[in-house]
Design a protein. Structure first.
Length: 248
């Protein structure tokens, strides 16, 4: 537990047998109560490797990043805080305590530019790869451009200054309940950040490490088609959300 709160880590995976074992074993189990690896219909031995490393493995055959995250959430009904990270080794699980401390420590709420030094702290913490230590090649030029463009639109539309859409993040149960997450695919991360801005959640962003994936291949940034589909979905969600705001 962390400060008397039950912590669940959710790791969506698809064909990550080369990396998932090291990711799971790097988690500090004195801090994280549940490690839930959600196998999103892998064709390799991802599930077996994750289970042998000590994770609870869930199966979600409906492919889609958001679908896997939703399955993980459903399996952790008692968690006070839910942490999300990738299973390819690009996120460093040893930094999970940094995210958790940011939920309670005084800092700047990026949605209001005011101190979060209250008893309740932040609702959502985003691990920013662009503010942190990125290994050369960890972020492709397409990812960097997409981050900049999307974050600029969110700032213009809702006044919240994000710097990244990275997958490494922590959210309180109360905050998550207010978000009513639903996107089954690539729109998951931007849905969370847009809804947090719209619904007035207390948001913090902290620098985190960004590493080159430790094995396998990316299903999004590693291919032109994957990058296109992800970018279209992410930007489409932003414009759709703004249109709904304008239409009431």
């Amino acid at each position: 537990m962390f400060q008397n709160q039950r912590i669940a880590l959710i790791i969506p995976v698809l064909d990550e047998e080369q990396t998932i074992g090291a990711v799971v074993t790097a988690v500090d189990r004195t801090v994280v109560d549940q490690v839930l690896v959600v196998d999103n219909d892998s064709a390799d031995n991802t599930a077996r490797v994750a289970r042998e490393a000590g994770a609870t493995v869930l199966s979600e055959p409906r492919q889609g990043y958001g679908s896997a995250c939703l399955t993980g959430i459903a399996a952790a009904p008692d968690a006070d805080v839910l942490v999300f990270c990738d299973g390819d080794g690009s996120d460093d699980p040893r930094e999970i305590p940094l995210l958790l401390r940011a939920l309670t420590d005084p800092d700047t709420d990026i949605s209001t530019n005011t101190s979060t030094g209250t008893s309740t702290g932040a609702d959502l913490v985003i691990g920013s790869r662009t503010r942190g230590r990125a290994e050369p090649g960890a972020l492709t030029p397409v990812q960097e451009l997409g981050n900049w463009l999307t974050c600029t639109l969110v700032r213009l539309f809702w006044g919240v200054r994000y710097t990244d859409l990275g997958p490494f993040r922590a959210v309180t149960r109360a905050g998550l309940n207010r978000l009513a997450m639903a996107d089954p695919d690539f729109g998951w991360t931007i849905e969370m950040q847009v809804k947090a801005a719209q619904r007035g959640l207390r948001i913090q962003e902290i620098p985190v490490a960004c590493r080159v994936r430790r094995g396998g291949h990316s299903k999004v940034s590693g291919t032109v088609l994957g990058s296109y589909h992800a970018g279209r979905r992410i930007l489409g969600y932003v414009f759709e959300a703004k249109a709904r705001d304008l239409l009431g």
